[in-house]
Ligand binder design. Sequence first.
Ligand SMILES: *Cc1c(COP(=O)(O)O)cnc(C)c1O
Length: 463
Amino acid sequence: MDKKLFRQIPQVGELAASPALSPLRDGWSQTEIVGALRALLDSVRADLGSGGALPDFASDGFVADVEAELQAKKRLNLRRVINGTGIIIHTNLGRAPLAPQAIEAMQDVAQGYANIEYDLEAGRRGSRYDHIRDLLCELTGAEDAVVVNNCAAAVTIAMATFARDREVVVSRGELVEIGGSFRVPDVISQNGARLREVGTTNKTHLADYERAIGGETAVLLRTHTSNYRLVGFTAKPSLNELANLAHANDLILVEDLGSGTLVDLAAHGIGDEPTVSHSIRSGVDLVTFSGDKLLGGPQCGVLVGKADLIAQVRKNPLLRAMRSDKLSLAALEATLRLYRPPHDPLNDVPVLRMLTASAEDLAENAGALVADLGQVPGVSAQTLPIPSEAGGGSLPGVQLDSTGIALSVGDLTGKALIARLRANEPAIIGRIVDDQAILDVRTLTPGDVDDIAAALMAISESA
Ligand SMILES: *Cc1c(COP(=O)(O)O)cnc(C)c1O
């Protein structure tokens, strides 16, 4: 390490006053400039430490670096990214993109006040849950509904309300971990209930449930095996059989559906996901599901079911700690309205539109995109068939035929190109297949194309 080079790094104050930086002084305060210089000098030192060269502090290049650092510091930490992974309900990328109607509804109530807990007809206090109750009942066939912050909260409050100090019977094939440390056995025990496992990993029969029922039993719990599938030599009783068994013993049948689709996707050739209304029709007393998985709305958790049970959930003081805010409730109501005429949810709810996009349409979109991106000097783009997935623990094992765009810029490796795309603003998240950088068109939106072309142009110019 060359100590002399380190000594040539100017003081921050001296650099901040240098004439080279004067173009920046119009748009940025002295404090902001000093902050940016500190960060840059830190990286210059790190660079020298690993054998790098000293930059020319008066050069246009250095001034551009200072400006880039200033811009980066101004950006919000939480911001838009472009999803080129093909995973529609990508939990790390914020799950469901909202429909314009939902965004408008959020804006409307965000700007000022809203009748969130005010009954406009009666002119007195109302319930925040009334705005979505009728819609949820209509769309699921349930008697009543309540909304909390996410599905994990919905399961938690169901256990805390109905099974505290008593037993919950669950099949050994359904003791799932959803991710983010949400595990069914833990959710049961953390809420003061006792887990009673029945059956085996692959087969659980009605008689297994029957034998487990005793004086301590409160709930039979069916859990959707969201992120895996049991295939082969397997068996489980139907919901109908479980409901009859529960009711014959004065017990409650709770089903944690997780994704909880409101439309029959199987009828459109996608998976065999049960609908929420199917569960209600089969006699399930209480169904829990997420708002931001297949439903395609904001993050929230929905409980629908028998009126007397929902009434008990509403009385549980825990509900206050899980209360959904006006923004989520506004977005949820607007999203639910897209499930009724004159709307077509498969077209109007972005998650469902991406999910049901045909392989032909995706190939066509990809072709058009490749024609655009291929114009960028130094960039080559090609289409290739790839599988995409629903994600978010929805439709496990269901592969959706999609088209990827394989990109290359100069001699950048696939890995290096993916890193450069991720460093772009907005960040573009792709995936690597066989050391190629790939963007899956299924999760791209029309507005993303210009950003991707601009990013590739910048990468190509600096490669
Ligand atoms: C995803 C999922 C949850 C958790 O839902 P969140 O809305 O993410 O809290 C719970 N149960 C099942 C079966 C799930 O698939």
